[in-house]
Design a protein around this ligand. Structure first.
Ligand SMILES: [Mg+2]
Length: 189
């Protein structure tokens, strides 16, 4: 049975909890990243830690591309110390940006992973194009704060998928050597 289009292939509490070496070993060669609330808080510039992450990914051999609904000026500022291509105003979850991303990476969709914090944009668009994907908890997550209407709806949908094997499609690849993920894997959003 085909997995629902809003069901992520895996969940990680944050980008740092993803084992990129394991993803490489599993055969993935390209990474698409959302920016806002995935890599940095909304509207923020990259931190030295984010810069270092991209340097590490490049050293591993990954081709990285930023797929964002932001404008080009903001993305160029974000990428000033990062060697990665970008697609601005991507219009997620429309397929166009994802297809263009695959074309620019020169990789088949099976070798690419989309990483983002939103079900209705990042994950839905990736699933519509058959691109494996990882949902990360949005930066600024506070279990005691009111997350807002859209986030509540996302959490409700995720709870429905929590026990589904469809949501564990990438778990073996991202889990290995990722203790942060192990500790919090049950805390979906
Ligand atoms: Mg985002």
């Amino acid at each position: 049975m085909r997995a629902p289009l809003l069901c992520p292939w895996a969940f990680a509490p944050e980008v740092r909890a993803i084992d990129f070496e394991a993803l490489w070993a599993a055969g993935f060669r390209g990474l698409l990243f959302d920016v806002d609330n995935t890599l940095v808080p909304h509207g923020a510039d990259a931190t030295p830690e984010v810069d270092a992450l991209f340097a590490q990914l490049k050293a591993l051999g990954f081709r990285c591309l930023i797929l964002s609904d932001n404008g080009p000026a903001r993305l160029r500022r974000f990428l000033q110390n990062i060697d990665a291509d970008f697609i601005d105003n991507a219009g997620k979850p429309r397929k166009k940006g994802y297809r263009e991303a695959l074309r620019r990476l020169g990789l088949p969709r099976e070798q690419v992973v989309m990483i983002g914090d939103q079900l209705f944009t990042d994950i839905l668009g990736a699933n519509r194009c058959g691109i494996p994907n990882i949902l990360v908890r949005y930066i600024g997550y506070d279990p005691d704060a009111d997350p807002g209407k859209r986030r509540r709806l996302e959490a409700k949908i995720l709870r429905r998928y929590e026990a589904s094997p469809a949501m564990g499609r990438l778990n073996e690849a991202i889990r290995k050597e990722a203790p942060v993920y192990e500790q919090t894997e049950k805390a979906v959003l």
